[in-house]
Structures are given as C-alpha cells and as structure tokens.
Design a binder for this molecule. Sequence first.
Ligand code: ATP
Ligand code: MG
Length: 118
Amino acid sequence: MKLVIGIVRPEKTNDVLTALYRADVRGLTMSRVQGHGGEVERVETYRGTTVQMGMADKTRFEIAVSDEFVEPTISALRQGALTGEVGDGKIFVVPLEQVVRIRSGESDVAAVTPTKEG
Ligand SMILES: Nc1ncnc2c1ncn2[C@@H]1O[C@H](COP(=O)(O)OP(=O)(O)OP(=O)(O)O)[C@@H](O)[C@H]1O
Ligand SMILES: [Mg+2]
C-alpha cells in the first residue's frame, strides 16, 4: 500500500476529482495548503540582498491505495492538474504501513478502498 500525496493548483481541484473518479479511485482527503515550489523573489533591503519565499495557495490530496492503484492514481492526478506551466504541482508516493477501517476493524487492503455500501 502507498499514500499518494498530490499538491496541485486550487483551480484544478475539480479536474483532479473528475479524473480520480474516472480512474475508479475512491477514498481521499483534500485540504487547502500553502506551498513554495522553488521560485525565488529577490528583494533588496538595507542589509543587502535577501531572498523572500513567496507562498502560493495549493490543494493537497491524500489518497491511500493498494499497489495496483498507484499508477492509475498518479496518471489521474497528472491528467487533472497539468497545464504545462511552472507550478503545476508535485506528487509524492510514500510507503503505507497500515490502514484500519474503524467501523469493522478491517485492516490493510480490505480497509483501503471504501465499501460499496458506504
Ligand atoms: N520538495 C518539496 N517538498 C514539499 N513540497 C513541495 C516540494 N516541492 C514542491 N512542493 C509543493 O508543491 C507545490 C507546487 O510545486 P511546484 O509545482 O512549483 O513544483 P516544482 O517541482 O517546482 O515544479 P515546476 O518546475 O513546475 O514549478 C508547492 O507550492 C509546494 O506546496
Ligand atoms: Mg516550482
């Protein structure tokens, strides 16, 4: 199992959700975050040149998936979030040790995908 974390432009949030739904990826967490993607803004001050890190609003998706869903999830995130311009975002894939469904006590692959009943 892996935790796929995608950080994308907020205006691409709905496109990413649609792409994930089409790829049969169910079960995700979404949050609004602020991030910095390497672009530097140089500002002169009386002490000399300083570098100011500009922060941009981003949407962060966290999606726990079984191994066969890792590539479809990455593809859906890219398909939904791509504009081709600098700042399109980043995807991190992190090993996931354990998942537990609170209602049933099921764990791991049995727990990582939502049940059809809800
Ligand atoms: N190394 C990193 N660690 C954690 N978060 C990061 C990292 N790089 C980027 N991010 C997050 O991803 C967001 C988007 O980054 P961004 O798209 O600028 O990545 P990039 O690698 O610089 O790609 P690009 O060249 O397209 O700008 C950032 O605002 C930040 O939230
Ligand atoms: Mg960048």
